[in-house]
Design a protein around this ligand. Structure first.
Ligand code: 5AD
Ligand code: FES
Length: 351
């Protein structure tokens, strides 16, 4: 699809034409990754963070967050619940936390791989090449690192460097690929200052990188962050600024599916936060094929507040398991068995 066509879809408002986009994305999903929905159990293992991302509630400067770091045994308990609930993967996510050190994390990964058949996905921020290599060696299968926006100037505005070193998430994604990880990335939709052209380029970049996993969700304002201040981070003029809406999120999910037909694409928690009733179901009918039910122990959930009013704050792991099962059945789809590796990754490694 040409750049101008992507922009046109992003600007489309006609329901009949949009219905065509949903249908094409759904067909591509069925043809390339099938009807199964893969479940990834999310373990938010630490909310400590040394970074100052302008949009994120966990940023180091937010003193209102009660910080926690789970113990090795707590994480292993969550991993065992994942197996009991029938999930094939756990996603270990945290802020950028030096307390999650290389050796400790290596031990956690090794134990999960020794005690369960789970695929292990890491989402631990921008870590050193040595750490990424050690964790891959320990058995980690996949890594998620969103590039957030392909607009470099905007990225730098919302994502201050650490220790003077400008972050280059695309370089880290290249390293992850070289290390043999299945790689995932994505963007936020409707960041103040994000234009339709920017967002179209984001989608083109998904395809250029050849992502195995693509996570996209609406940008949600967190009041304790700099991006909440429209004077500091003004939106573009109305005809250029991408809205952080539910509809725009479906468009990006659908276009991501068409750009990367074999990728695994979740219906994200941020989407569920905008529409808790049918957001995820509609995502799954417009290109998505993955859900990430939360496994974080209830006593920590509310403290992992990347953005406010996050879905599933009071539910237990079992609640979320039952809930997603019911939602999947309600749209006539099935839960995928096994690890749910991306066909694009498998194709590269097992030609
Ligand atoms: N709104 C929406 N998504 C957010 N993320 C972080 N903060 C927010 C927010 N305020 C997303 C980022 C990050 C992922 C883990 O969560 O894209 O990469
Ligand atoms: Fe958590 Fe529905 S997925 S309650």
């Amino acid at each position: 699809m040409k750049h101008s066509e992507i922009v046109q879809w992003l600007r489309e408002t006609d329901p009949a034409r949009l219905a065509r986009l949903w249908r094409e994305a759904d067909l591509a999903r069925q043809r390339h990754v099938g009807g199964d929905i893969h479940l990834r159990g999310l373990i938010e293992l630490s909310n400590h963070c040394v970074r100052l991302c302008g949009y994120c509630g966990l940023r180091a400067a937010n003193a209102k967050v009660r910080r926690y770091r789970m113990t090795e045994d707590e994480i292993l308990d969550c991993a065992h619940s994942a197996v009991e609930l029938g999930y094939g993967t756990v996603v270990l996510q945290s802020g950028e936390d030096p307390g999650v050190d290389a050796d400790w994390m290596t031990r956690v990964i090794r134990r999960i791989k020794a005690e369960t058949p789970l695929a292990v996905t890491l989402s631990l921020g921008e870590r050193s090449d040595d750490e990424l290599a050690a964790w891959r060696e320990a058995g980690a299968d996949r890594y998620l690192l969103r590039f957030e926006t392909s607009n470099r100037a905007l990225y730098q505005r919302i994502h201050p460097p650490r220790n003077g070193a400008r972050s280059d998430r695309l370089a880290i994604l290249a390293t992850l690929r070289r290390l043999g990880y299945e790689i995932g990335s994505g963007v936020m939709i409707g960041i103040p200052g994000q234009s339709y052209d920017d967002l179209a380029r984001d989608i083109e970049l998904f395809a250029a990188i050849g992502l195995d996993m693509i996570g996209v969700g609406p940008y949600l304002v967190h009041p304790e962050t700099p991006l909440a201040d429209p004077l500091e981070h003004p939106p573009l003029a109305e005809d250029r600024q991408v809205p952080n809406s539910e509809l725009m999120t479906y468009k990006v999910v659908a276009l991501a599916r068409l750009a990367c037909p074999r990728a695994n694409i979740p219906a994200t928690t941020a989407l569920a936060t905008l529409n808790s009733r049918t957001g995820r179901e509609l995502g799954l009918e417009r290109g998505a094929n993955v859900i990430m039910p939360n496994l974080t122990p209830p006593e920590y959930r509310a403290d992992y507040e990347i953005y406010p009013d996050k879905a599933c704050i009071t539910e237990t792991a079992e609640d979320c398991g039952r809930c997603v099962q019911r939602r999947i059945e309600s749209i006539g789809r099935t839960v995928g068995a096994g690890r749910g590796d991306s066909p694009s990754y498998v194709g590269r490694h097992d030609p």
